[in-house]
Structures are given as structure tokens and as C-alpha cells.
Design a protein around this ligand. Structure first.
Ligand SMILES: [Zn+2]
Length: 65
């Protein structure tokens, strides 16, 4: 069952991809991510996006003490 979801990277809706903690990454971006060398300048961009989109979400959902 492929329910189209909006990719956090390219903002395109796709039914194929991975879901990390409720955030969707389409198969194209997943491939790009996997094939991005850590020395590639894009790697930092992806890392930042992941931090903001996924980890940012976690922090936001964290109950305030
Ligand atoms: Zn994408």
C-alpha cells in the first residue's frame, strides 16, 4: 500500500520511499543521500536538512520541563 507522501527534500509527493520517524524521503532523494560522498558539499546540505526536518521535529515534540 503506497500512500503518496511529501518528500522532505524535494517536496514532491511520492508513494515510494522511506519513512523516518514520520518524515518521508522519496526513493530518488534516498538514493541521492546514500550515494552522496561525505566529502561532497551536498552532504552537509542533506545533513542539515535531516537535522532540521527530523531531529528538529523530535525536539519540538519533546515535552517542556
Ligand atoms: Zn525527494
Amino acid at each position: 500500500m503506497d500512500i503518496p507522501m511529501e518528500c522532505i527534500f524535494c517536496k514532491k509527493s511520492s508513494g515510494t520511499g522511506i519513512n523516518i520517524l514520520g518524515e518521508f524521503i522519496c526513493i530518488d532523494c534516498e538514493e541521492t543521500l546514500v550515494n552522496t560522498d561525505i566529502n561532497d558539499e551536498n552532504y552537509e546540505i542533506y545533513r542539515e536538512l535531516i537535522k532540521k526536518n527530523i531531529y528538529g521535529e523530535i525536539f519540538l515534540k519533546e515535552p517542556s520541563k
